[in-house]
Design a binder for this molecule. Structure first.
Ligand SMILES: CC(C)(COP(=O)(O)OP(=O)(O)OC[C@H]1O[C@@H](n2cnc3c(N)ncnc32)[C@H](O)[C@@H]1OP(=O)(O)O)[C@@H](O)C(=O)NCCC(=O)NCCS
Length: 144
């Protein structure tokens, strides 16, 4: 675990540019995702579950979560490459799991892109199980 002092706090509007930049550096932004719109939407639904991790005043991590009354979801988990493998990803996940638990969430589902399979070890280390019996279906309702 890292020795450096970090703060986890809800996203604020003035964080937008830093967070979008972080997502781009972490390769979480894809042509079909509009990060600014994703942020705008999140601010209207359980915005308290959109968290950033700050070290010495700089945002180096993020996570976006929600509980729908049945399952919890986690998106946009990111740690700046310069700070990866120091335990910050684990700190963010543990924190957001506690927040979901406080809401009564019994189970978390999360998606790992098929070209990002090396994060499988990260999630397995946090006791997430790969579910071979499930296929994810999606339907877009708004173009971006
Ligand atoms: C996934 C990510 C958030 C992990 O953050 P991190 O701060 O590096 O993770 P931690 O340092 O807390 O790692 C915790 C454990 O997972 C392991 N781990 C982390 N990233 C790993 C990777 N890419 N491959 C294999 N193991 C990894 C660490 O070695 C560590 O193991 P240990 O507890 O046995 O020492 C970070 O790599 C990242 O931002 N990646 C790009 C964005 C991304 O893919 N997000 C996930 C979308 S599904």
């Amino acid at each position: 675990m890292s020795e450096e002092r970090c703060i986890i706090r809800p996203f604020k509007l003035e964080d937008k540019e830093s967070v979008v930049e972080l997502w781009k550096i972490c390769r979480l932004v894809r042509p079909w995702n509009n990060p600014e719109k994703d942020i705008e939407r999140k601010l209207s639904v359980q915005s308290e579950m959109f968290l950033v991790l700050e070290i010495h005043g700089s945002i180096i991590g993020s996570v976006m979560a929600a509980y729908d009354g049945h399952r919890g979801v986690i998106n946009y988990l990111a740690v700046h490459p310069g700070y990866q493998k120091k335990g910050y990803g684990k700190i963010l996940m543990t924190h957001v799991e506690q927040e979901l638990l406080k809401k009564g969430c019994p189970k978390i589902n999360l998606l790992v892109r098929s070209d990002n399979l090396n994060v499988k070890r990260f999630y397995k280390g946090l006791h997430y199980e790969e579910q071979d019996d499930v296929k994810v279906f999606g339907k877009r309702l708004i173009p971006d």
